[in-house]
Design a protein around this ligand. Sequence first.
Ligand code: MG
Length: 339
Amino acid sequence: MITGPQITLAHGGGGTMMQDFLHDVVLPRLHNPALDDLADAAVLACPHGGELAFTTDSFVVQPLFFPGGDIGHLAVCGTVNDLAVMGAKPAALSLACILESGVPMDVVARVMDSVKASAADAGVPVVTGDTKVVEKGQADQMYLTTSGVGWRLPHAPAGWRSVQKGDAVMVSGSIGHHGVAVLAARAALPFTTPLSSDCAPLNGIVGLLLEAEREVRWMRDPTRGGLAAALNELAVQAGVGIELDAAAVPLADDVKGAAEMLGLDPLYLANEGRFVVVCPASRADKAIAVLRSHPLGRGAARIGTVTGPMPRGRVVMNTGFGGTRIVDMPSGEQLPRIC
Ligand code: MG
């Protein structure tokens, strides 16, 4: 077994170790057509027509509160965004809480206030839930699990099978804010301006894009493992190469500076309010214009191109002056408990 004798933090890192774990341990036992795609949400045919998208996520972020968000905001946005990027209109969420005995009630109440505000912002009700409490020391304050269902829109993207050579690759805004914000909060790093997470519900902007542009082929929210993991997953699944232009990847100065200081590559930093879009190159300018018309897409940019069939997929980045570097799938765990 290539995944090792014990679970390590790297098995939850969204990189090759997690992929190996899924393919060695989970999929051989549970495989079915809906699961095998390992998409952001499973797509299920409804008996009376239409398609249902169904997803679930657990949240273990530490600290619970960070600039730009908290575990409650993250739990709502993470699940709403997984539905949104599958071309589904979120309909309802569940919320399960695992609480450590001794956690102050006002901490739990603040998180619930945040769940309420985020759910209202996304326009999605929390319709069911569960609460469990474990002994002090057997959990770290609070873990949340949200599941969500949504109805696939008529123009939902066909997914990785539809991605073709020459397609444009875009991102909805500057990358890496969530990763550096949580890390800075965790380490109490003394940045002069506080770095803020990009955490936000994407169903509004995705709905706007799909309404205006009917040829979107693939979307993903680049969370753990960042843009690098999301694009490598596409490259491997679709069997294509992807060429990125380093200068075109939107990166805020504060994130760039913090990442340099921390020795982290922004391409691998988590995002919780950004999404990647692939569409035909001829539609890219329009798609960018639509994205930029929404407050969450002001920094949208075309960052690269699908380059055609590759046996195992590969992402490369043009770094200027004719230089290129390979953008690998992350392997281990860069930042545990980032979401
Ligand atoms: Mg996702």
